[in-house]
Design a protein around this ligand. Sequence first.
Ligand code: PLP
Length: 445
Amino acid sequence: MDYVYGPGRNHLFVPGPVNIPEPVLRAMNRNNEDYRSPAVPAMTKTLLEDVKKIFKTTSGTPFMIPTTGTGAWESALTNTLSPGDRIVSFLIGQFSLLWIDQQQRLKFNVDVVESEWGQGANLDVLESKIAEDTAHTIKAICIVHNETATGVTNNLAKVRKILGRATEYLQTSVNLSHIFFLSLDTYFSYSSVTFMECFSCFFIELSDNYMHPALFLVDGVSSICALDFRMDEWGVDVALTGSQKALSLPTGIGIVCASPKALEASKSAKSVRVFFDWNDYLKFYKLGTYWPYTPSIQLLYGLRTALDLLFEEGLDNVIARHSRLGKATRLAVEAWGLKNCTQSEEWVSDTVTAVLVPTYIDSTEIVKRAWKRYNLSLGLGLNKIAGKVFRIGHLGNLNELQLLGCLAGVEMVLKDVGYPVKLGSGVAAASAYFQNNTPLIPSRI
Ligand code: PLP
């Protein structure tokens, strides 16, 4: 036996790796096969088309790399930047810290913007750096959308607003001049929708703050497929995620999606890269065989099913479900008289809640006891906040009643470690919210 048995199902509430749905487990339970036969490329083609939907992009190019989130970070950085490039990176918790460490080890010139853990990225500092950088020395902005260590979600639309849209701006101007210089006949043959789109677009661009060309690189590891994420609309240049988070698969696929601007940057980026080189993938995409090296076959079948399940539920419904799970968890925390590590409502995360415990309690004890006594797996506090918070992951293939089981478990453990919680208080707050807000299951209507 290679694990410590506990009766019943383990209540897995760490913020990744998360529960794998039964249909995905079954889809992966298969033999190896020849990835050069027509079957694997045919399936890969559908996957490449479909993963674009989870990033909300039509213009992006995805790469499904046999790696983890950390490898996906490296792929994003080394394909788009050169050693010595100045990048602005936000330190708000353990995962942004690890990404910054990687950026420094890859020899970029990292301009770190630090916030207290529990706060979001300081976008006022970004704005002043961008305003001062008229020479465009900043080559990239790196930001973790959802900091899994603290349960903080950053506002990506605001980052894009600060940067402005240098390339789209030019494109829009070209479109407009086209329209103005058209002969009257041709002018009227344009649909008014196209004209209005260009026109409103023009005003949106002008209202953006700066026309800064820095690349916008986003870690969406604990957000994509769970939180609202709009690669094209927010002008994200590289977005990435890992299979063991909201996709609800085993660890092992890092999905990286590159905008046309990022692909262009990769042509001149001088960072050394071999395993992660996008160019190797692109060569095989052209050939229609797709793989520069052996793919994780079983994971690809799992990904096919995971995407099918997400699309069957509907991505908007998936996001709404996470929003309910997040809200219910926060209501429970409030009912217990505890505080969320996230310091303001504007940053609360719908995929993970880090709960602050009173100073006389060691949160590590809570996590240990939850597993030992109730077969409940909670997330530890990491680094600076070790012992001070425990984390409830509420992402991936998870429903309301499963979360109530977790909340009931947390209440019992809190009582075990000497916190005077009223049993049932958090569960009551969460279930009252669910009872009022849970819609019918989309596929069962
Ligand atoms: N980024 C975030 C936001 C994470 O939460 C994690 C892991 O939890 C990572 C990156 C690193 O991913 P991995 O452990 O798959 O390398």
